[in-house]
Design a protein around this ligand. Structure first.
Ligand SMILES: NC(=O)c1ccc[n+]([C@@H]2O[C@H](COP(=O)([O-])OP(=O)(O)OC[C@H]3O[C@@H](n4cnc5c(N)ncnc54)[C@H](OP(=O)(O)O)[C@@H]3O)[C@@H](O)[C@H]2O)c1
Length: 283
């Protein structure tokens, strides 16, 4: 039987992975309280102690704007910790599953990004996530890196939950309309990860996001419509909502490579949002 070690089990994706990975073998989990990724020695010891066949890293420094003020810490978690995981995975002959982001790109491309398009991150967060990808590639362990985008779900801090709260509190909202991408439900990421682990040929970088495209404004409109919000939602340019970290205008990721590998079709972002909201309503 396979032994899996899930690191970052309390994040949006990590919580969904706990369920989706459970049937695949013996699952050991670590969250920030039991494994701090800023401690490289503790990370090595955890992997050596568990001797897993698969390490799944769902932990990351994801505070995109705060990273501009804490580049060293962001690099330690997003760049150096994955390097340690990759070294240890290589020694064990284990597979390392890791997640990365649309923010490794600058968004200047006209059309969806493919896996081999040149990265050019605009932010500290994007640069540290790219450093993690590169360290894993350089270590030479078997690996799967899933670049995803605009992650939301029923847990943690995310755009869906923020918009639902603002919809309850306000009657007028302004949301950025000139950044486009695909909102991706954390459960889709976890379920697709579990499917990929059943595919022995899987190796390398894959884009993993829902199908279709929208803007943050379009995503907000769909969320607010689902809660029958009767307020006024206005589109604004990103320049009218300045943030410390620059974001790409185009976050579209082409997920054809992953779909061909696994023989599946990732749902359109609207369908996935509907499934997520149905799940929320049942609780
Ligand atoms: N969220 C997005 O929109 C998005 C988009 C593209 C790619 N991704 C990538 O997808 C992956 C999963 O993201 P997510 O949305 O699930 O992120 P998340 O909800 O922020 O979860 C990240 C987890 O990592 C933990 N963590 C942070 N620093 C740590 C440390 N020093 N030691 C141990 N654990 C630490 C966090 O703990 P605390 O909660 O205690 O800080 C949290 O549980 C990440 O690789 C992320 O870069 C995310």
């Amino acid at each position: 039987m396979h032994k899996l070690l899930l690191i970052g089990s309390q994040g949006q994706v990590g919580r969904e992975l706990q369920r989706c990975l459970a049937p695949l073998g013996e699952l050991a989990v670590r969250d920030r309280t039991t494994l701090d990724l800023s401690n490289a020695a503790a990370l090595r010891a955890a992997i050596r102690g568990e001797r897993p066949d698969v390490v799944v890293n769902a932990a990351a420094y994801t505070a995109v704007d705060q990273a501009e003020q804490e580049p060293a810490l962001a690099l330690r978690i997003n760049g150096e910790a994955p390097a340690v995981m990759a070294e240890e995975a290589k020694k064990l002959g284990a597979l390392l599953v890791h997640y990365s982001t649309d923010y490794v790109f600058d968004g200047a491309k006209d059309g969806p990004y493919q896996e081999d398009d040149a990265p050019n991150p605009l932010s500290v967060y994007g640069r540290t996530k790219l450093a993690g990808e590169q360290a894993i590639g350089a270590a030479g362990c078997r690996h799967l890196i899933f670049r995803t985008s605009w992650v939301y779900g029923l847990y943690g801090k995310n755009f869906l939950r923020t918009m639902q709260r603002l919809g309850r509190e306000r009657e007028e909202l302004r949301v950025v309309d000139d950044q486009i991408g695909a909102p991706t439900w954390s459960r889709m990421i976890a379920e697709t990860t579990a499917l990929a682990l059943r595919q022995p040929a899987a190796d390398g970088i894959y884009h993993l996001c829902c199908a279709g495209v929208t803007s943050w404004h379009g995503f907000a409109a769909a969320i607010l419509a689902a809660q029958n919000w009767s307020g006024r939602l206005s589109p604004i340019p990103a320049s009218a909502y300045p943030l410390p970290a620059r974001r790409p205008a185009n976050s579209r990721l082409d997920n054809g490579k992953l779909q061909r590998l696994l023989g599946l079709a990732l749902p359109d972002w609207r369908s996935a949002l509907g499934l997520c909201l149905a799940d929320q309503a049942e609780r």
